[in-house]
Design a protein around this ligand. Sequence first.
Ligand code: PBG
Length: 322
Amino acid sequence: MQVRPRRNRRNTAIRGLIRETHLAAGHLVQPLFVQDGEALRTEIPSMPGQARLSIDLLIETAHEAHELGVAGVALFPALPDDEKDPRGSASTKPEGLLPRAIRALKARVPELLVITDVALDPYSSDGHDGVVIDGRIDNDETLPLLAAMALTQAEAGADIVAPSDMMDGRVGVIRSALDDAGYTEVGIGAYCAKYASAFYGPFRDALDSAPKAGDKKTYQMDPANAREALRELALDEEEGADWVMVKPGLPYLDVIALFRDSTALPVAAYHVSGEYAMLRAAAAQGWLDYESSLLESLTALRRAGADAIFSYGALDAARLLR
Ligand code: PBG
């Protein structure tokens, strides 16, 4: 045998020397759930280690994230049912929970990126990302609401708004609304290939935001499709997205790799709630090691081509990488 691949794996130094993919805290974004109140931490049973945090505790976690080198946080507000309505009107209140959280973060941890989600579901009494009219999710009725929501977030200080709603044309209307109001520096991180996935279950527990009727298959993508993601990519690029996301993460590595080869835009991946829950659940049984399976998952997302990764394990990974 002349050729022995194992020579390149002989020891730590050689493996480090030739490693193709690197994972650093700076590649990571920690999603966080925020709720009203003070000193309030409400654990999310289906996402062990994650909780809804009141703004004071959110700030503490944000400080820690920043100290660990995590690039940013992605915020999701948990509203009580009596603040939800069919048009998600709470999403444009300047004194609403999310704008208050954004302002507090930008005042206290200004260097940490604040990324906000643009979609109706946390605010909608129907639990859908768009407006429901006669049982259908109305695309064009939803667009101005999304633009107004993004504007409210930008006014509060969001660095990047991230439309996750999958309405057609939303990146364009949000870009125009931001530019018209002078927010030309606020970026759009488009959830570009967002699939109608069963892996979002624990997230919907966290926000109590599951659809009241039907499912999200008329707007989120069919898990069977990869070519269709290229149509979404072309549109989001044309409409001015600053980066494009694939979601979920590990079940869609092929789509991440396809995007990496098909666009010059940065590509993000979302290691979603169900992916996190699986690791935690198996670890709780003693069937998997959480720490190493988390780092392996995140490395695999990077290897497939993700520049940035949203993961509930971001803080944990950053601690391990230190
Ligand atoms: C809302 C939104 C969802 C997620 C992020 N933004 C849920 C959904 O579309 O139902 C899922 C995140 C996760 O599962 O971690 N539009």
